[in-house]
Design a protein around this ligand. Structure first.
Ligand code: FES
Length: 141
């Protein structure tokens, strides 16, 4: 019997061999917060030291809690998994609580990614913070 290996199985194995833990791999493969929000309250963009680009879209609810977030990313698997995990950490939070989210929190959710990819977590977190701060400065202050 021939066992069929799907693309996602192959990608999963490759990422696992490279040092990505299962939660990080799942975030990367699912990409559940990738894309844009048409009527976003804030759109902000950041370029990482590696030259990769992230754009974050924020949607707030009537109580000024973070209702939804999407990222557009030209970047690596580390960047994508970190950004997706960052969204789960801030959804439903106040602006001030969301600003407390840091690289360590994202790393904990991912469980592990290769050490040389840690700066990708920083890019995801910095982009999120920039979006939140720009929204805050524009609307609240
Ligand atoms: Fe650029 Fe990961 S290498 S974000």
């Amino acid at each position: 019997m021939v066992t069929e290996i799907t693309t996602s199985d192959a990608e999963r194995k490759m990422l696992s061999d490279a040092g990505y833990a299962d939660p990080a791999i799942n975030y990367y493969l699912e990409k559940k917060y990738m894309g844009c929000i048409e009527n976003a309250d804030q759109v902000s963009e950041k370029i990482g030291s590696c030259g990769d680009i992230m754009r974050v879209y924020l949607k707030m609810d009537d109580h000024n809690l973070i209702d939804d977030v999407r990222y557009e990313i030209t970047g690596c698997a580390g960047a994508i998994s970190a950004a997706m995990a960052a969204v789960d950490l801030v959804k439903g939070k106040t602006i001030d609580d969301a600003l407390k989210m840091n690289d360590g929190d994202v790393f904990k959710v991912l469980e592990n990614i290769p050490e040389k990819k840690h700066h990708c977590i920083q890019l995801a977190v910095k982009t999120m913070h920039q979006g939140i701060l720009e929204y805050k400065n524009r609307t609240i202050m």
